[in-house]
Design a protein around this ligand. Structure first.
Ligand code: KIV
Ligand code: ZN
Length: 514
């Protein structure tokens, strides 16, 4: 039997640190449920000291997740650890994850602490966390740039204090694979009590080496990987779960290690993360990108038709991209439609499926083929929709090489019609400025993405916006053959969601994505 690697998913914490990716409680819960289906061993649900909202989000995840451990991040301070425990204490399997930087540069400039101070604080933090739970992880932030012998001393001390996992992060994505493996080997062989804890790694992707470094560390003896779906995370992101897991799966001949991941859930998890965060997956992204299994060159297509293994090192259905992907059209029934929803990572009540199915039938009457993206828009518009305060009635935009971009907008605001016009640096800016003026919105646009649904000149443009106001974050989606109209729809949709969040402060306790 091969040894098992613990998969610690930090999409909801480090992943959430991607610019514009902050998630509300209901979004985190939806993703956590999918992560559980995917079979991750631990879900890092957030950083409760960051905000009351995040504490509530972690607590919500902790109260619902049964199989996976639920963990919360805490700096090495009592206050942070209290909050982390408050958030995860109802979990079936709670874990506290505390950290302190160990590199000279962090200790000197950021922490203004000596090595002795750092050892003392780390030990105190672990001991304090242990007073709440057996399951305590300690991370040596910027570990890859730390003095090796000092790192070994810190790990020895925190293990002695009760840490059950010690994590070596390449916080700034600086390490090279052979160097990182050497460091892991060194720390394992120079920390006398290392066998009493799980050795973990956490790699960032600043040089595009996060997956390579993670795999090298596993070869050198690490047994937990900290990863995110689609590789999202601080700056250039983290090692991507799907890459690490599929490398272990595909190259078991060399790596000889297993995980508990249900690989067929990878694709739907990736879609859901991208849908919730509004961060699109680049087409050439390994494993889950739109082109990951498509063959363009004639020679390649010919080869694949003769024997898929000529150009495919893994079968697409192993990651949940079914070769007989359900293509839906007007003859598709409710059963196939529900199966498609499941493939995309959605679990809805029968009543919600009925509502969606009715809308799907309306769309299918107008279009030959319904793509996954069309279904995602339906889901966003129908099930994830909130009661509308603002409705877009009319939009007229003038722009061009000489005209000052101007938008004239008619909205229904709480049922009453209103009209206004405004300028901007471009047609979308003019539209958003006008809508913001009419609704009095002070929200900040965190993210704006445009995607073409299907190819061809008649493709629908799908726009996603993420809006933030007073700590609340809402996603807005809109689709239309005209991308300026799609943008206006997405913006109005996002504003409605923000309003809904404002009126429902207790929403974090509800199981619905807003
Ligand atoms: O990158 C990092 O060092 C981290 C730690 C908090 C584990 O995210
Ligand atoms: Zn990190």
């Amino acid at each position: 039997m091969s040894e098992k690697v613990i998969v610690f998913d930090t999409t909801l914490r480090d992943g959430e640190q991607s610019p514009g990716a902050s998630m509300n409680a209901a979004e985190k819960l939806r993703l956590a449920r999918q992560l559980e289906r995917l079979g991750v061993d631990a879900i890092e649900a957030g950083f409760p000291a960051a905000s009351q909202g995040d504490l509530e989000a972690v607590a919500l995840v902790a109260s619902k997740i049964q199989k996976a451990e639920v963990t919360a991040l805490a700096r090495s301070s009592k206050d942070d650890i209290d909050l982390a425990w408050k958030a995860v204490k109802e979990a079936a399997k709670p874990r506290i994850h505390t950290f302190l930087a160990t590199s000279d540069i962090h200790m000197r400039y950021k922490l203004k602490m000596s090595r002795e101070d750092v050892i003392r604080s780390s030990v105190e933090a672990v001991r304090y966390a242990k007073s709440f739970t057996e399951n305590v992880e300690f991370s040596a932030e910027d570990g890859s740039r730390s003095d090796r012998d000092f790192l070994c001393k810190v790990f020895e001390a925190v293990i002695e204090a009760g840490a059950t996992t010690v994590n070596l992060p390449d916080t700034v994505g600086y390490a090279l694979p052979d160097e990182f493996a050497e460091l892991v080997r060194y720390v394992i062989s120079h920390t006398p009590n290392i066998h009493k804890a799980v050795f973990s790694v956490h790699c960032h992707n600043d040089l595009g080496l996060a997956t390579a470094n993670t795999l090298s560390a596993l070869k050198a003896g690490a047994r937990q990987v900290e990863v995110t779906i689609n590789g999202i995370g601080e700056r250039a992101g983290n090692a991507s779960l799907e890459e690490v897991v599929m490398a272990l799966y595909t190259r078991k001949d060399r790596l000889g290690l297993d995980t508990s991941i249900e690989t067929r859930e990878i694709y739907s998890t990736s879609r859901l993360v991208s849908m919730v965060t509004g961060i699109m997956v680049q087409p050439n992204k390994a494993i889950v990108g739109a082109n990951a299994f498509s063959h363009e060159a004639g020679i390649h297509q010919d080869g694949v038709l003769k024997n898929a293994q000529t150009y495919e090192i893994m079968a697409p259905d192993m990651v949940g991209i079914s070769s007989n992907t359900l293509v839906l059209g007007k003859h598709s029934g409710r059963h196939a439609f529900k199966k498609k929803l499941a493939q995309l990572g959605y679990e809805f009540s029968e009543e919600e499926v009925d509502r969606l199915f009715a809308k799907f039938k309306e769309l299918a009457d107008k279009r030959k083929e319904i793509l996954d993206e069309d279904i995602e828009v339906l889901v966003a518009e129908e099930v994830l929709r909130v009661p509308d305060i603002y409705e877009l009635e009319y939009l007229n935009v003038v722009s061009g090489t000489v005209a000052v971009p101007t938008a004239t907008v008619k909205l229904k605001i709480r049922g009453k019609e209103a009209q206004n016009a405004g300028f901007g640096v471009g047609p979308i800016d003019a539209t958003f400025n006008t809508i913001a003026k009419m609704t009095g919105s002070r929200s900040k646009l965190l993210r704006f993405t445009v995607n073409a649904i299907s190819g061809g000149m008649d493709a629908q443009g799908e726009v996603t916006v993420r809006l933030q106001e007073n700590g609340l974050v809402a996603l807005g989606k809109g689709a239309d053959p005209d991308i300026i109209t799609a943008s206006a729809k997405a913006y109005v949709n996002g504003l409605n969601r923000l309003e809904y969040l404002k009126r429902n402060p207790a929403l974090s306790a509800k199981d619905a994505v807003v």
